[in-house]
Design a protein around this ligand. Structure first.
Ligand SMILES: Cc1ncc(C[n+]2csc(CCOP(=O)(O)OP(=O)(O)O)c2C)c(N)n1
Ligand SMILES: [Mg+2]
Length: 369
């Protein structure tokens, strides 16, 4: 075959696209270590392993409680995170306080790990403006416009680069979000300026009820990063060690001035899209969900850590109780915050309310609303 024939051999190119992105796995489905060399090279300490597990357990408990509170009508918007503990909590452990998080609506756990108070997350869920007040914590509030956080992250990442900061912006979108123009623009911009950014696509297979296959013909969502000229990898998103190590290496790479990295995490949202009426069994089978449970990130990490003598049922129970106590306090705190009035809502929509808004605020205040 001539060089020209090779270039025009579309069929071979399709196969190459498929094979170009092998999945990084460090911990097998059965909790057995598959890549000891990588774990050593990445300098993951026992302390790190326990801290990652704790983050995942915290996410698990927070999800359990948030789902219950939503069912009781005590929260507003809640997007369950069961199944995504490695993709969210384990990756987040690779970042420092100075790094800036740009989360999507499902990424509350990463915000909490960063120091955003749980009661504020509850207020955010209720649509209360105080839930958007981050204080000193380097996180933006969760983005609802899917993919938009990629553009925002690119801007922050460029600012960090220009100021010579030893920090990066990191952001999460979903497989659905990766079909949005904003994700391409954000990656392209950050890539062009070699800005300090780590982009995550959490590929949980569905954008609400739309399966990933209907969203794009790309065999790997990570390939979208290549279009922007940035290193891009696929990791087993149910494998806490793969998720953490990929994120750690990506951070090192970008903070060293090499430009952004894209990480696609293959994971599953084991529960409904949100607690606002979604029924997953209308668009996927129980067998499919059961299969994903076999890859449960918590079980894999638990087995691995127990074998190393770093974790036990007692430790997990005690830690879960501690988190539950923290959540009890957060519920009380959130319930004691004065209810948002219509006038508060309008006053907090723009930094400087317009003339008409000022009139509306005054009118509602007069009516005590
Ligand atoms: C720009 C935009 N279009 C549509 C929606 C409605 N919407 C909300 S969530 C969602 C699915 C997103 O799926 P994915 O990015 O895979 O994230 P996941 O919910 O699976 O975490 C859609 C289409 C939106 N929020 N923003
Ligand atoms: Mg999705």
């Amino acid at each position: 075959m001539s060089k020209g024939q090779e270039i025009l051999d579309f069929k071979t190119q399709m196969i190459a696209q498929d094979e170009e992105f092998p999945t990084l796995q460090v911990l097998g489905n059965d909790g057995v270590l598959l890549d000891e060399e990588l774990l050593k090279e990445a300098e993951v300490t026992d302390e790190d392993l326990v801290a990652i597990m704790k983050r995942m357990v915290k996410q698990y408990v927070l999800n359990e409680r948030s789902v219950k509170l939503a069912k009781q009508g005590r929260l507003g918007f809640v997007a369950p995170t069961r199944g995504q503990e490695a993709s969210q909590s384990a990756t987040s452990y690779a970042f420092t306080e100075e790094d800036y998080l740009m989360p999507g609506y499902r990424d509350i756990p990463q915000m909490i790990h960063k120091g955003y108070p749980i009661y504020k997350a509850f207020l955010w869920s209720r649509g209360h403006f105080e839930g958007n007040e981050m204080g000193e914590v380097n996180t933006w509030f969760p983005q609802i416009i899917i993919g938009a956080q990629y553009v925002e992250a690119a801007g922050i990442a460029l600012g960090m680069k220009k100021r010579g900061k030893n920090a990066c912006a990191y952001t999460y979108t979903g497989d659905g979000g990766s079909s949005q123009g904003d994700t391409y623009e954000g990656m392209n911009f950050a890539g062009a300026y070699k800005a300090n950014a780590v982009f995550f696509i959490q590929n949980n297979g569905f954008a609400i009820s739309t399966p990933r296959k209907s969203q794009t013909s790309a065999p790997h969502l990570a390939a979208k990063g290549w279009g922007a000229g940035i290193p891009s990898v696929v990791v087993d998103g149910m494998d806490a060690l793969a998720c953490y190590i990929a994120a750690k290496k990506a951070r090192e790479w970008t903070v060293a001035g090499n430009g952004p990295v894209l990480i696609e995490t293959l994971c599953d949202r084991l529960e409904p899209h949100s607690m606002s009426g979604d029924d997953p069994l209308r668009y996927r089978t129980k067998e499919d969900i059961d299969e994903w449970y076999q890859k449960d990130p918590l079980i894999r990490m638990r087995i691995f850590l127990e074998k190393k003598g770093l974790w036990s049922e007692e430790i997990e129970t005690a830690y879960s109780e501690e988190v539950n106590g923290e959540i009890d306090e957060a519920v009380k705190l959130a319930d004691n915050v004065a209810k948002q009035k219509v006038s508060d809502f309008i006053a907090n929509t723009l930094e400087e309310p317009s003339y008409v808004m000022k009139e509306q605020i005054a009118k509602f205040q007069e009516e005590g609303k």
